[in-house]
Design a protein around this ligand. Structure first.
Ligand code: PLP
Length: 439
């Protein structure tokens, strides 16, 4: 079947605007001079600020207690609140998600000569954390529907040097964690969950970050709980969590003895005050995003070629940090994703790819493999094999052609009408996809 006929069939099956319940889908696309679906409207702003946040910040500012080693610091209070929120026994907060991941690795004794398997579709901070420990980041390929690590590919990449699996819960939606945990058990590996995007996400009745040995979070500005820059580690193993505290405190333990190697990654009280100021409303905002995202998914469920991110069994509510979709161009006259993006943006909906390419294609690979520490700790054969295994065909498809995302921390706190604008724009572009052929 040619792609044109597939599109034609789609038009028959979903003939006219009523089959999508969308009255705004007719007419010229805005990219070709038509009227945009959304104009002169704003999304709820982000990061989240209200009077409680300002009051909390002001009080801490006036108090002069700005550092966690001062008496009266509120940082431990934040650690308690965040551990409770995520259902973990303990929490250590730090200056960023990257720092949380690096601290976790150091606390577990991961270093030169060790390998950590992770995703190429993540923030550079994930890779940076592994490199900061001088371990080797090994990137496993993706599932093209979930954009998460394919656990089978993770398993294939295990070597005698592998110590840690660091799956990334991309968009804050759980990866195939059950399989990842099985693989870790079988090969005696530690799991550190990169939950930097996954605040309060639910999986098999637990919260993300509590299933692996340690879970790491980011409070960077765009995240659903944010303070500009910040991060947290959660875990149930008290001895290990104590080590995390020590590592992020320049190697100095809670008793004041300097006992190990560690950077100084302490969170300050001004950051903690912003986070504490927003704790009261996080559940409510989480619920609102879930309501809106589910409504949007329902509205677009019959649009051929736009498929919301696949969720694995056991996935409950998620934070909707990013709303991700797979674009299947065969349903859009084989038109490139970039043209779809242009058409959507002209309709007033900001949408785009997450990364233009996977992190396996960034220059750090060449740089790092040429460093003495890696040449000294890994055999020439292993470094050659590493290079040979770098092609990640699914990741290239996902980043280069298929992944679409909407930043949703703020926008999904909006109204149903806001969600209608997104779905109407998608439906309008789909219904009028033939017009895109002229672009
Ligand atoms: C999946 C993931 N991992 C790691 C990080 C690093 O966190 P941070 O930016 O707080 O250092 C981020 C932040 O964007 C992230 O999204």
């Amino acid at each position: 079947m040619s792609t044109v006929s597939a599109g034609t069939l789609g038009a028959v099956a979903f003939s006219g605007i009523n089959s999508f319940g969308c009255s705004a889908a007719s007419g010229n696309l805005a990219v070709l001079g038509g009227t945009p679906i959304r104009q002169n409207k704003t999304w709820p702003s982000w990061p989240y600020v209200d009077d409680k946040v300002i009051q909390s910040l002001t009080e801490t500012g006036k108090s002069g207690v700005w550092c966690r080693i001062q008496a009266g610091s509120r940082v431990p209070e934040l650690e308690k609140r965040f551990a409770e929120l995520e259902g973990a026994k303990q929490c250590v907060v730090v200056g960023s998600g990257t720092q949380a991941l690096h601290t976790s690795l150091e606390a577990l004794g991961i270093g030169a000569g060790d390998e950590v398997i992770t995703s190429p579709l993540t923030d550079p901070g994930t890779i940076s954390a592994i490199l900061s420990a001088r371990a080797l980041p090994v990137m496993a390929d993706l599932d093209r529907d979930s954009f998460q690590n394919d656990p089978d590919d993770m398993e294939r990449r295990i070597t005698e040097n592998t110590k840690v699996l660091m799956p990334v819960h991309i968009a804050g939606t759980p990866c195939h964690l059950e399989r990842v945990m099985e693989i870790a058990k079988k090969h005696n590996l530690i799991v550190i969950e990169d939950s930097c995007q996954g605040h309060m996400a639910e999986y098999q009745g637990k919260k993300l970050g509590t299933i692996g040995k340690l879970g790491c979070f980011s409070f960077q500005t765009s995240k659903v709980i944010s303070c500009g820059e910040g991060g947290a580690i959660i875990g149930d193993d008290e001895e290990l969590m104590d080590k995390c505290y020590t590592v992020q405190n320049h190697g100095t333990n809670r008793q004041g003895r300097t006992v190990t190697i560690g950077p100084k990654y302490r969170m300050n009280d001004l950051e903690a005050a912003i986070l504490l100021g927003q704790m009261d409303g996080v559940e409510e905002r989480f619920a609102r995003r879930n309501e809106n995202a589910n409504y949007l998914s329902e509205r677009i469920k019959d649009v051929p070629g736009i498929v919301p991110q696949k969720k694995y069994p056991g996935t409950g509510r998620v934070p909707w940090y990013l709303y991700m979709m797979r674009y299947k161009k065969e349903h859009f006259n084989n038109i490139d994703r970039s043209v779809f993006v242009k058409a959507m943006n002209a309709e007033g909906i900001t949408i785009g790819p997450y990364l233009s390419q996977g992190l396996h294609r960034e220059p750090w690979v060449d740089h790092v493999l040429d460093l003495n520490v890696y040449k000294r700790f890994f055999s020439e054969a292993r470094l050659k094999q590493y290079r040979d295994q770098l092609p990640l065909p699914n990741t290239d498809k996902v980043t280069g052609e298929e992944l679409l995302m909407i930043w949703s921390s703020g926008p999904f706190l909006g109204t149903k009408e806001d969600m209608d604008d997104i779905s109407d724009a998608i439906i309008k572009v789909y219904e009028n996809r033939d017009q895109l052929l002229s672009l």
